[in-house]
Design a protein around this ligand. Structure first.
Ligand code: DGL
Length: 263
């Protein structure tokens, strides 16, 4: 048993899709969520810059006493998760990679679209999963232009979002893709818009699997919160905290508890 918090970070609201699942699976855990909104978006930045931000986030979470850190961002995972594991050797890290394997395996048409940021597509992790599982289907890498920005503004369920997902995925779906894998935590909030725009296309995210992995790692290492712990959420926001909080309900996210943490 370990009362210390779990750390999670993302460039903004995207990682809340992982947090939502994690709180459902492990309601007794205290989570410190680091939203690096002052440096949003990570997707178009070069890997060195994202790595620096990932180190800063992990440092802050380690200083907050994190017993495990979830890199709730595919772009940061691509740029930094291997280095983070080396640098913070005593903290277990859970990273993310687009779900190429489940998408390729479940597609009936044999064509899948992977929707992610340029940073994620440029990383070794993505290349590795495509090399390993990409033979099972034709994979189309689709960079989501402006999609994370829409979600960050709380407009995941808007005509603009429908228009943007149509523009991003229309070509791949017309070419026969029957499965879309969401390779960016922000995009998980766009799943309803994608499903509405492309009926019959399966939309697969990885947030739940990542949350489950974090929960199982805690259990496997005896790091779970004590049985009488109530669970809590502390938010660290590097940019405008009020703007961040204002977006949460628009994403259907009601933080269970929120303590003030100075950024
Ligand atoms: N949420 C991040 C991810 O999973 C990307 C959003 C951004 O571009 O900052 O890749």
């Amino acid at each position: 048993m370990d009362p210390r918090p779990v750390g999670m970070f993302d460039s903004g609201v995207g990682g809340l899709s992982v947090l939502r699942e994690f709180q459902r699976l492990a309601p007794r855990e205290r989570v410190v969520y680091f939203a690096d909104t002052a440096f949003f978006p990570y997707g178009p930045r070069d890997a060195g810059e994202v790595r620096k931000r990932a180190f800063a986030a992990a440092r802050r979470l380690a200083d907050a006493g994190a017993k495990l850190i979830v890199v709730a961002c595919n772009t940061a995972s691509a740029a930094a998760v291997a280095d983070l594991r080396e640098l913070f050797a005593d903290i277990p890290f859970v990273g993310m990679v687009p779900g190429v394997k489940p998408a390729a395996r479940s597609s009936r048409s044999g064509r899948v679209a992977i929707l992610a940021t340029p940073g994620t597509f440029g990383g070794d992790l993505y290349a590795a999963v495509v090399a390993e599982f990409g033979r099972d289907a034709a994979i189309e890498a689709v960079s989501g232009r402006d999609l994370a920005e829409l979600v960050e503004r709380g407009e995941a369920d808007s005509p603009a979002a429908r228009e943007a997902v149509r523009a991003a995925l229309g070509g791949a779906v017309a070419a026969g893709a029957d499965t879309v894998a969401l390779g960016c935590t922000h995009y998980e909030f766009l799943a309803p818009a994608i499903e509405a725009e492309f009926p019959g296309v399966a939309v697969l995210g990885t947030s739940e699997a990542v949350a489950r992995r974090a929960r199982d790692l805690l259990a496997g290492r005896g790091l779970e919160a004590p049985p009488d712990a109530a669970g809590a959420l502390d938010l660290i926001v590097t940019g405008n905290r009020e703007a961040f909080l204002a977006v949460l309900p628009r994403l259907g996210f009601a933080p269970r508890a929120s303590a003030e943490t100075p950024s």
